[in-house]
Design a protein around this ligand. Structure first.
Ligand SMILES: Nc1ncnc2c1ncn2[C@@H]1O[C@H](COP(=O)(O)OP(=O)(O)OP(=O)(O)O)[C@@H](O)[C@H]1O
Ligand SMILES: [Mg+2]
Length: 158
């Protein structure tokens, strides 16, 4: 089981250009690719920072805009729907690259519910559409449950 521990805590100095020294300290190798993870305080004001992290990491990637939007939706869900959004809560953003393929994932701290893909609310509803957008943009989506600890929700882009 993948552990998400001992990772730096936001707020942090955001990188604005490559090379990204603060991020390089957090990378990881897996199957020939690269993985970055960073924890954010579970408040809505951190979502733009999560987006910026993805933008910087994928500066040279054709799917960067899609990945950024997906990260935003998943982070928003973690904050709105799970204990990540409670006082002292956190969510973690993960970006994995292998060639041009990208996987964006967000870890949350769990709730009584599970992510509902593929059941968008009727057209016109204000909420209940975020995961439909994720499904539309990504080549593949899914999630893993970590028992009571929460979910890792991911989207794969090629
Ligand atoms: N990380 C999560 N953990 C548990 N439940 C989730 C999670 N993400 C989404 N859900 C559930 O799946 C539903 C659908 O999520 P979706 O993002 O499509 O809609 P929403 O967040 O309710 O509204 P919005 O259109 O603003 O995103 C949510 O209403 C919530 O019940
Ligand atoms: Mg949502």
């Amino acid at each position: 089981m993948l552990e998400v521990r001992n990772i730096p805590r936001a707020p942090f100095p955001l990188p604005t250009a490559i090379p990204m020294d603060p991020i390089d300290a957090m990378n990881d190798f897996q199957g020939g690719g690269m993985i970055w993870r960073r924890a954010f305080t579970g408040t809505p004001d951190q979502i733009p920072h999560a987006r910026q992290l993805v933008r910087v990491l994928l500066a040279d990637c054709p799917r960067r805009d899609d990945a950024e939007l997906i990260a935003s939706e998943l982070a928003g869900n973690a904050v709105r729907h799970t204990r990540s959004g409670h006082a002292g809560g956190e969510f973690v953003v993960e970006v994995a690259r292998s060639g041009q393929a990208v996987t964006v994932a967000v870890y949350d701290s769990g709730s009584d519910g599970t992510p509902r893909f593929g059941t968008p609310c009727p057209t016109g509803d204000e909420y209940g559409r975020g995961l439909s957008i994720v499904v539309a943009l990504a080549d593949e989506v899914g999630y893993e449950a970590f028992r009571e600890r929460g979910h890792r929700i991911w989207a794969h882009l090629t």
